[in-house]
Design a protein around this ligand. Sequence first.
Ligand code: UDP
Length: 240
Amino acid sequence: MKKLFSKLYKNGNDDFNEEMSKWLKNNKKQFIVTANPETFMKSKDDNEINTLLLDEDTILVPDGIAIVKTANMLGYNIKERIAGIDIANQLLEEGNKQKKSIYLFGSKQEVIDDLIKTIVEKYPNLTIAGSSNGYKEDKDKVFDEIVSVKPDIVLVALGIPAQEKLIYKHLDRFDKGIFVGVGGSFDVMSGHKKRAPKIFIKLNLEWLYRIACEPKRIKRFYDSNVKFMFKALNRRNKND
Ligand code: UDP
């Protein structure tokens, strides 16, 4: 896990937004993984995830207060959490400014439809290169379409780790594009689900709000976050 911690982006939201703006301007190809404890935990038993996280071209951002706090306790100087949904919103903003194009893949069809309505209204200069809901059986075929339309931004909302694996599998087929797995962000961006009130976000308690709204998340939270902190801190002196 040490290698993963040392790969985490350290400088916080403002600097990261600037980086994304530059990548877009220069048509750079960039895969962003918003890493939370679940991602780190899964990497231990899943070689595919481990490989994609450690790939030197993959950028890992700390999406979760447990990641930030644990990293800092282990001596890595991580400024703050960078949430997947904030990255997604920033890419819409910046893509609109730079008149770029976007492909939206994932979530239910009605969510995608409402998200597109919002984008057309709020970001008129951002071209929607295409979209697909996340429940198609052949997800590789969706990527054939994404490759053919050459979007500048590709947001994939299928949940961890399916979204990251799929992006990584097809990444070599692209010359440009910013690729991010954004989990449940489309549900919130489309208005189908509410994000936590600002005070929860500010106090780093967004996880608590999500559990309160969806109590079935508690097992997932325990399995990833709680076990993760114990494991990571226990290993403080080991080399894994
Ligand atoms: N999803 C999908 N296809 C699937 C399974 C999930 O498109 O086969 C979508 C689901 O509709 C939701 C997102 O993936 O929008 C995952 O959301 P979740 O809140 O579980 O992700 P998290 O942010 O917790 O990783």
